[in-house]
Design a protein around this ligand. Structure first.
Ligand code: ARG
Length: 467
């Protein structure tokens, strides 16, 4: 039986009827629909609308639906359900008889879908934060393994200064930890309960909303029924947070693709995460990385779709809101499937420290250190910059590095140069010189690794607390 056919004189156009359904995708919400329905049933009993034995058979029926339905495998196409709410009602009635219809007393699908989606987003956030903690652990593991290996850092994709490989890896961990924080903040705003908001004006029965919120482990009931039934901010925020995470992953993927190219040769692709070419026998392609980059576009597309769908919708519920579900699910599931693969790739990729180290020694990346040497001898920074710039020009003419200049040549630029200058040009000196919080001096990086591990531990503890 339909949930709403009483006032209709004509049946629906069959194609329209089919087209307006959402069961094909909202069946993902079954678990949450059942939990929310159980909370509602208990509130109905407390309000005197259900008898004790009616409550028991409804709860048993709901449990059975959960047990007998695998939301991923059952035949959706053959199912007559309009949406997941309708599915539960029809199943319940077929299991326990007409009493099943009592479950819908005093509630509306508008509050149900808002509740189910919040439960879905909350669970997705918990899973993603757990996956992020694993990803961060994989990056930190590689950072520890890299020890004091160096590589070039780039600005404008030009050689800038040498850094520790570990320092570069930790940069990504910082981004991922911020992503985990953003998700936690989104979780706090998601974790409020629309149940009892009715269709728009609030439930028509005296339901204990605080009780229902507690049953579902929400922090509190929502404050306004009009807002609660039409708000999708939590989905917007969530998918926007995923877009930022995807952007970070995309930057990482792009760097890795470059660094794995023949020209850079900083790393060798793990065969387990690469593919070949059907035409060129020698090829090994960075498909995982390219797909990570590609799925970023898809995720941003989901965020855009959500925003454009909601733009200009009058309050409160409108069926347009059904269209927010697929981009939400798509962005969440894309990310949930991707993060473990990125962690696996990161553990498997072979970094070529020798090649990175060679590159870290070339391209005048010690020039700023050379200018600092003069600054430490009282030379004004602008002049030191100019003089070392001239030294670089001379090197380019002579085809040598800064340490290939003689003291005599250096003295023509500034008499403050002495023997100790050559020491300060060495890679180890240049690295050690960046001895500030957040800098690449090996000692700082060692401490940063320890700090980062602590942050990952507390992320993991937070995730466990929600599990
Ligand atoms: N499938 C619907 C959705 O996702 C459920 C809410 C239907 N509400 C209604 N008033 N037609 O939005």
């Amino acid at each position: 039986m339909k949930m709403w056919s009483g006032r209709f004189r004509q049946p629906l156009d069959p194609e329209f009827e089919h087209w307006q359904r959402s069961f094909e995708f909202d069946r993902r919400l079954l678990k949450y629909e059942l939990a929310a329905s159980a909370a509602h049933a208990r509130a109905l009993k407390n309000a005197g609308v259900l008898l004790a034995d009616e409550l028991i058979s409804i709860l048993e029926g709901l449990q059975k639906i959960g047990e007998q339905t695998d939301p991923n495998s059952f035949a959706v196409k053959d199912n007559e359900a309009e949406d997941v709410h309708h599915y539960v009602e029809t199943q319940l009635v077929s299991l326990i008889g007409e009493i099943g219809y009592k479950l819908h007393s005093g509630r509306s699908r508008n509050e149900q879908i808002a509740t189910d989606l919040r439960l879905y987003v909350r669970a997705a956030i918990d899973q993603l934060r757990s996956e992020l903690s694993e990803l961060c652990t994989a990056f930190v593991g590689r950072a520890e393994q890299a020890g004091t290996a160096a590589m070039p850092a780039y600005t404008h994709l030009q050689h800038a200064e040498p850094v520790l490989v570990a320092h570069w890896l930790l940069a990504y961990v910082e981004m991922f930890l911020r992503d985990a924080d953003r998700l936690a903040e989104c979780r706090a705003r998601t974790n409020i309960c629309p149940l009892g908001s009715g269709a728009v004006a609030g439930a028509t029965l005296p339901l204990d909303r605080t009780f229902m919120a507690q049953e579902l482990e929400f922090a509190s009931p929502t404050a306004n029924s009009i807002d609660a039934t039409s708000d999708r901010d939590f989905a917007l925020e969530f998918v926007n947070a995923l877009s930022v995470l995807a952007l970070h992953l995309s930057r990482w993927a792009e760097e890795m693709i470059l660094f794995a190219s023949h020209e850079f040769g900083f790393m060798h692709l793990p065969e387990a995460y690469s593919t070949g070419s059907s035409a060129m026998p020698q090829k090994m392609n960075p498909d995982l990385l390219e797909l990570v980059r590609g799925k970023t576009g898809r995720t941003i597309g989901c965020a855009t779709a959500l925003m454009v769908t909601i733009k200009g919708l009058p309050l409160a519920y409108n069926k347009d809101l059904q269209e927010t579900q697929q981009p939400l699910f798509d962005a969440a599931e894309t990310m949930m499937n991707m993060l473990p693969l990125v962690a696996g790739f990161m553990k498997a990729v072979e970094l070529d420290f020798e090649r990175m180290g060679e590159a870290a020694q070339s391209g005048f990346m010690n020039a700023w250190a050379a200018a600092t040497y003069l600054v430490n001898r009282g030379v004004p920074s602008r002049l030191a910059h100019e003089q070392v710039g001239k030294a670089v020009k001379l090197c380019l003419e002579k085809n040598c590095d800064l340490n290939g200049l003689t003291l005599r040549e250096l003295h023509e630029l500034n008499p403050a140069f002495d023997e100790r200058f050559y020491e300060c040009l060495k890679l180890t000196s240049v690295l050690a010189m960046h001895d500030v919080i957040g800098g690449t001096a090996p000692d700082r990086v060692r401490r940063a690794i320890a700090e980062t591990k602590k942050k990952i531990d507390s992320l993991r503890e937070e995730v466990h607390a929600h599990a």
